[in-house]
Design a protein around this ligand. Structure first.
Ligand code: ATP
Length: 347
C-alpha cells in the first residue's frame, strides 16, 4: 500500500446555524486505503462525507485530492463517488442497465461500456443477475448492485455512507468481508461512514473516531483498540472496564482493595481501564482483587462474568473460556488479577 495521501482534509469546518457539525477536522487519507469514519449518532461523520462529495460546502478549510483543491468543484465534477445508504437504484432498469447508465452519460463507446460492466459484474459476483431488475434481488444483492454501479465509474475515491445499514446481522458480516475483497481488487480508496465499531474494526485499514464534530483519534484498528486516546474512545470501541482511583506520590494506582504500579503514572485522580480479556481470574482467593459473580453471559466461544468488587462501582466484565462453567456460578466468590502492562490509565 502506498502511503502518499490521496485525500487531504485541512481544518474543515461546517456549521448549521448554531450547530457545529464538523469542528475543524484535519485528516490525510492514503491511496488504496480502506478508511472508516466512526462515531456515535450526530458526531458529524455524514456531514464530513457530504463535504467530500460536494453536497455540502465547508465554512472553513480545504479539501485536496491528489494535491488539488476540489472545494470549488460541484459533485459531478469530482473524481469521488458517493454510494447512498438507500442504494438509489433505478427500479425500471436491469442490473446491467443500472451499471451502464453512468458510463453512457460519459459518452463512452458501446464496446468499452460492455467491457467495463462485465468486469465489474464479475468482481461483485453479479454476472448471473445481470438481466434482473432490483425488485427481483435480495437485500445483499441490491447492496452489491449499488456498489457495482459506483465502482464501474472507476472513481479515485469511493465514499460509502453506512453501506451495510439495511442488511441483517449475518448478511452484514458476510458483506463486510466481501466489501474488503472488492476494495482490494478494484484498487480504489474507500471511505466508509459507520456507527458500528465492530464493523470498522473488521474492515478498516485505519479509522477515525469522531465526537461532537471533533476528531478524537486516528489509527489502525489494533492501535485504537489497544491504545485508546481517551476515555470516550476506550468506552466506544469494544468493552472496557473502568476503575476510579488515584495515583499516590509513589506512582502506584490505588482503588479500594487494589494497588497497581503503572509506568509513567502521575500523582492525582485517575481512571484505570482494562479489557475483559486482559484480566486473570481464579476461583480461589489467590489473586489480589476479591469479587463475587453477579451475572454470567454465555457467548458460545466464551463467557463473560460480571464480577462485583470493592474497587469498581459497576461490576467488572471478565472474559473466560466457555468450558469450565461449573466454577462460574452466580454468587460464587473468586479473585481477579490485572496486569499493569495491559491497562490504560486516564488522568
Ligand atoms: P448519524 O449517525 O445519526 O447519521 P452523523 O454522525 O452522520 O449522525 P451528521 O448527520 O453529520 O451526524 O450531523 C451532525 C450534526 O449536524 C447533528 O447535530 C445534526 O443534527 C446536524 N445537522 C446535520 N445536517 C444538518 C442540516 N442540514 N441542518 C441542520 N443541522 C444539521
Amino acid at each position: 500500500m502506498s502511503s502518499s495521501p490521496i485525500l487531504r482534509i485541512e481544518s474543515v469546518a461546517k456549521t448549521f446555524g448554531p450547530i457545529t457539525a464538523v469542528d475543524s477536522i484535519s485528516l490525510d487519507i492514503r491511496e488504496n486505503e480502506f478508511f472508516a469514519l466512526l462515531g456515535p449518532s450526530g458526531c458529524g461523520k455524514t456531514t464530513l462525507l457530504r463535504m467530500l462529495a460536494g453536497f455540502e460546502t465547508p465554512n472553513a478549510g480545504r479539501i485536496l485530492l491528489d494535491g488539488k483543491d476540489i472545494s470549488p468543484l460541484p459533485p459531478e465534477k469530482r473524481p469521488l463517488n458517493l454510494m447512498f445508504q438507500s442504494y438509489a437504484l433505478f427500479p425500471h432498469m436491469t442490473v446491467r442497465q443500472n451499471l451502464s447508465y453512468g458510463l453512457e452519460m460519459e459518452r463512452l463507446n458501446k464496446a468499452e461500456i460492455r467491457r467495463r460492466v462485465d468486469e465489474t459484474l464479475a468482481m461483485t459476483d453479479l454476472t448471473q443477475f445481470s438481466e434482473r431488475k432490483p425488485e427481483q434481488l435480495s437485500g445483499g444483492q441490491k447492496q452489491r448492485v449499488a456498489l457495482a454501479r459506483a465502482l464501474v465509474k472507476r472513481p479515485k475515491v469511493l465514499l460509502l455512507d453506512e453501506p451495510l445499514g439495511a442488511l441483517d446481522k449475518k448478511l452484514r458480516e458476510k458483506m463486510q468481508l466481501e466489501l474488503k475483497r472488492m476494495q482490494h481488487e478494484a484498487g480504489i480508496t474507500f471511505i466508509i461512514v459507520t456507527h458500528d465499531q465492530e464493523e470498522a474494526l473488521v474492515m478498516a485499514d485505519r479509522m477515525a473516531i469522531l465526537k461532537d464534530g471533533r476528531l478524537l483519534q486516528v489509527g489502525a484498528p489494533e492501535d485504537v483498540y489497544e491504545r485508546p486516546a481517551d476515555r470516550f474512545v476506550a468506552n466506544f470501541i469494544g468493552v472496557m472496564n473502568f476503575i476510579e482511583g488515584k495515583v499516590g506520590s509513589d506512582g502506584v494506582f490505588e482503588a479500594d482493595g487494589l494497588r497497581l504500579a503503572i509506568p509513567d503514572a502521575r500523582p492525582g485522580v485517575a481512571t484505570l481501564a482494562v479489557r475483559p480479556e486482559n484480566m486473570a481470574v481464579e476461583a480461589s482467593g489467590n489473586l489480589p482483587v476479591a469479587g463475587v459473580i453477579a451475572d454470567v453471559a454465555y457467548h458460545g466461544l466464551d463467557r463473560v462474568l460480571h464480577v462485583k468488587t470493592a474497587a469498581a462501582e459497576t461490576p467488572l466484565q471478565v472474559r473466560v473460556p466457555a468450558s469450565g462453567a461449573g466454577s462460574w456460578q452466580i454468587g460464587a466468590t473468586l479473585s481477579l488479577g490485572i496486569d499493569p502492562a495491559k491497562c490504560r490509565l486516564f488522568q
